[in-house]
Write a protein that binds this ligand. Structure first.
Ligand code: ARG
Length: 466
């Protein structure tokens, strides 16, 4: 039986009927719909709509539906309009007409809003703990890199040397922010729409606080019109995922680049690469490329959600059904990615020798060289100019700054002395970046310790929500 057929005289057009259903995708919400239905049933009992016996039978029925759902065939249903209809149908099949009492004083509008929030909350918790693993592995790799150095690039041109660990810590920061954003989003997700009815609030004096706490929400939502039509929480969540994916795509792109023969910094792990059907020598970075590619979907999902919500009048509109698939797609894509990139990062082999070698060439000590003059009172703009001239001379001679003679240097500025050569050494260049957040080894060690602590609290948080 349909949930709304009374006022209709005609049958629905069969094509339209099939087309407007959401059960194919909203069956993902089944367990949340059962949970929310249990909370609603308890509230109905409190206001005298259900007897204790009826409550027990409804709760048992809902429990059974959850158990049956383990078999995929159970979910094959050509009549269910959506997950809410499916639950009602199954409940009535199991316990008879008393099952129809469950829908007293509620609307599918509040149900979908509630189920959707529960789905997002669970996804956030899942992603938060996956992110803790991922960031943990990035940090392990940073620690393992020790004092190995590499070029840091600006404009994709060699700029200054940094510790490999410092470079990896840049990713740690990005993903810690992503975890933070998700945690922040969770605060606004964790409010309970139950009792909001279709738009104006429940028609029975249900205890909204009790239902909210039953479902682990912090509080009931404040306004029924908003609660039944708000999808900000979905948008915030998918926006946070789009940034997470964007970070993953930047990471992937850089690893692809660094694994090319031209760079040779990264040796691709075979377990996560594929070959070519044509060129026998190939080892391709498929995991990285798909990571980069899947980012497009998530950005598409957030765009779809924004456009679906734009200009939508209050309150519930069926358009809102279209917010489900982009959100599921984004959540599932992100959840699929994290364990794989984590595995990749554990398995990858860095060519530290090659990185270290690259860190010593290409005049990446030029700024440090100018600093030598600045320390001796030369205004920076002049020092910059003089070292620029020194680089010019090197380019002519096809050598590096450390290969210039003191005489050559003194022609540019008489303040140059033999101690200048120490300032050009890689260790020295790294060491003078001695500020919080800089690449001096002691600063990087501190940064690693701080990140380790943050990851520790992420694990604790994940534990508290599990
Ligand atoms: N399947 C619907 C959705 O996802 C559930 C709410 C239906 N409400 C309604 N008034 N038709 O939005």
């Amino acid at each position: 039986m349909k949930m709304w057929s009374g006022r209709f005289r005609q049958q629905l057009d069969p094509g339209f009927e099939r087309w407007q259903r959401s059960f194919d995708f909203d069956q993902r919400l089944l367990h949340y719909d059962l949970e929310a239905s249990r909370a609603h049933a308890r509230a109905l009992k409190e206001v005298g709509i259900l007897t204790s016996g009826e409550l027990i039978s409804i709760l048992q029925g809902l429990e059974k539906i959850g158990e049956h759902a383990a078999a995929p065939a159970f979910l094959e249903d050509d009549e269910a309009e959506d997950v809410h209809h499916f639950v009602e149908k199954q409940l009535v099949t199991l316990i008879g007409d008393v099952g129809y009492k469950l829908h007293s004083g509620r609307s599918r509008n509040e149900q979908i809003a509630t189920d959707f929030r529960l789905y997002v909350r669970t996804s956030i918790d899942h992603l938060h703990s996956d992110l803790a693993e991922w960031v943990g592995v990035l940090l392990d790799r940073a620690e393992q890199a020790g004092i190995a150095a590499m070029p840091a690039y600006t404009h994709l041109q060699r700029a200054e040397p940094v510790l490999v660990s410092h470079w990896l810590l840049a990713y740690v920061e990005m993903f810690l922010r992503d975890a933070d954003r998700l945690a922040d989003c969770r605060n606004r997700v964790n409010l309970c729409p139950l009792g909001s009815g279709a738009v104006a609030g429940a028609t029975l004096p249900l205890d909204r606080r009790a239902m909210a706490s039953d479902l682990g929400f912090d509080a009931p939502t404040a306004n029924s019109v908003d609660a039944t039509s708000d999808r900000d929480f979905a948008l915030e969540f998918v926006s946070a995922l789009s940034l997470l994916a964007l970070h993953l795509s930047r990471w992937a792109e850089e690893m692809i680049l660094f694994s090319s023969q031209e760079f040779g910094f990264v040796r691709l792990p075979e377990a996560y690469s594929t070959g070519s059907s044509a060129m026998p020598q190939k080892k391709n970075p498929d995991l990285l490329e798909l990571t980069r590619g899947k980012t497009a979907r998530i950005i598409g999902d957030v765009t779809a959600l924004l456009v679906a919500m734009k200009g939508l009048p209050l309150a519930y509109n069926k358009d809102l059904q279209e917010t489900q698939e982009p959100l599921f797609n984004a959540a599932e894509t992100a959840m699929g990615l994290l364990p794989l990139v984590t595995g990749w990062m554990k398995a990858v082999d860095f060519n530290y020798e090659r990185m270290q070698e690259a860190a010593q060439f290409g005049f990446m000590n030029a700024w440090a060289a100018a600093t030598y003059l600045v320390q001796r009172g030369v205004p920076f703009r002049l020092a910059h100019e003089q070292i620029g001239k020194a680089v010019q001379l090197c380019l002519e001679k096809d050598c590096e700054l450390q290969d210039l003679s003191v005489e050559d240097l003194r022609r540019l500025n008489p303040l140059f002395d033999t101690d200048f050569y120490d300032c050009l050494k890689l260790e020295f260049v790294l060491a003078i970046h001695d500020v919080p957040g800089g690449t001096a080894p002691a600063r990087v060690r501190q940064a690693i310790a701080t990140a380790r602590q943050k990851i520790g609290s992420m694990h604790e948080e994940a534990h508290a929500h599990s």
